[in-house]
Design a protein. Structure first.
Length: 409
């Protein structure tokens, strides 16, 4: 291990730099490393976010087919990465995905480089050999879990001991996701874009269109809500992209038609201004059918003082205090979801304002991007005997954070 490096070179490795939570975390840490006085490198097969990464002061190194499971590609990239670690005097490698982690683990063992992993998702291990494949993300000198939910999996299924395990939740950018930061003009433009009538309540479900996220469940719950509030104006906006073939949108459109909801539903596609979308929303839904490993959209909505409704499992149990910072309902229960939406639509404004204030305060205390950056730099400091985290605290305002539209597709 290195001994008190004043300007360590830290390399993050992931399959590609397109868009998504892993990519976003990578850019946030590249920015933090640079602000703290280190040198930030990112190795991937490339992608549309490479120019943004460079604008943050980091360097991108292309590893062709970095996410490929082909053994020949893995071995080739291991050799390439080993040379990179030596040539750039890399002090620490941070891997964020399984194949890149295998590449990094083998290279780091040969070069005696510190190795950190982050477990971002819920990786099933029911197929023979899958647990071994996953286990590389539990093999770092330090293993970062993005929630207590993920930490339990790492303790129970992969026997990661306390001395190697660190829980560092993902966070919201509380300057960007702030009610005070969103202009009325931005909200008005989005409402026009979505064709929402004036005075209508907006039920927002953000996130990519995927069956396990619960869009079909939402439509079933909305049908029950419509029966209970037939005269109240409301519209539900699904703000997220579908797969290229558009099949799931067609299925959801047909379901909405069969439930008599066609006039109430908007499929908005990818939204480039999520703070404005959440500012417009009367409530934000995250009713995932499977446990979320974290669910950044939940804390972003809470940072915007919006009432959130989540499924009571996974990391949502940690981020939502039922009745205080949002509402939580049993998973895959349309009736309970409808009841929760009814409760928000009929609640006094003062009660919703109190819930929103509580939610933002909880995010500011526990779930900010800055806190994630600082804690991760602290993990690097543990292994390298550096002072990145304290330096970051003194320089965190030196550069403006990148905006959500920088990551928009």
């Amino acid at each position: 291990m290195a001994s008190f490096l004043t300007s360590p070179v830290i390399l993050q490795i992931l399959p590609a730099l397109q868009q998504g939570g892993v990519e976003r975390g990578t850019l946030e840490m590249a920015q933090a490393i640079t602000q703290a006085g280190g040198t930030a490198l990112v190795a991937s097969s490339g992608g549309r976010l490479v120019p943004l990464l460079r604008s943050l002061g980091a360097e991108h190194i292309t590893l062709p087919e970095c996410g490929s499971r082909n053994p020949a590609h893995v071995l080739r990239n291991t050799r390439i990465l080993r040379r990179i670690l030596t040539q750039h005097n890399v002090a620490l490698v941070h891997a964020r995905s399984r194949i890149p982690a295998w590449i990094a683990r083998m290279a780091c063992r040969r070069t005696q480089t510190a190795f950190v992993t982050t477990w971002h998702g819920v990786h099933a291990n029911t197929v023979p050999g899958k647990k071994l494949y996953n286990s590389v993300l539990a093999s770092g000198n330090r293993v970062i879990a993005i929630s207590e939910h993920i930490a339990r999996i790492l303790r129970q299924d992969y026997n990661v001991p306390p001395q190697r395990l660190r829980v560092i939740p993902r966070g919201a950018d509380i300057t960007q996701f702030s009610p005070d930061a969103v202009s009325g003009q931005r909200m008005h433009q989005l409402a026009e874009q979505w064709n929402i009538p004036a005075g209508s309540a907006i039920i927002l479900m953000p996130g990519r269109l995927s069956a396990w996220k619960g869009q079909s469940l939402v439509l079933q719950a909305l049908a029950q809500l419509e029966a209970g509030l037939p005269e109240q104006p409301w519209h539900c906006v699904f703000a997220g992209s579908d797969k290229a073939d558009g099949q799931y949108v067609r299925e959801l459109t047909a379901l909405a038609h069969s439930l008599g909801l066609s006039d109430r539903i908007r499929f908005a596609g990818h939204c480039e201004d999520m703070p404005a979308a959440m500012a417009l929303a009367t409530m934000v839904l995250v009713p995932s059918l499977r446990p979320e490993p974290f669910g950044r959209v939940v804390v972003e909505a809470q940072a915007m003082c919006r009432p959130v409704i989540v499924s009571h499992h996974g990391a949502a149990v940690e981020t939502v205090d039922n009745g205080v910072t949002g509402l939580s309902v049993p998973p895959n229960n349309a009736a309970a979801l409808a009841d929760a939406m009814f409760a928000i639509l009929t609640a006094p404004a003062t009660a919703l304002a109190t819930m929103g204030t509580n939610a933002r305060q909880a995010v500011m205390a526990h779930y900010t991007t800055e806190a994630m950056q600082h804690a991760t730099l602290g993990v690097y400091d543990e292994l390298l005997n550096t002072q990145l985290a304290p330096t970051f605290l003194h320089t965190k305002n030196a550069a403006a954070p990148f905006q959500d539209h920088d990551l928009a597709g």
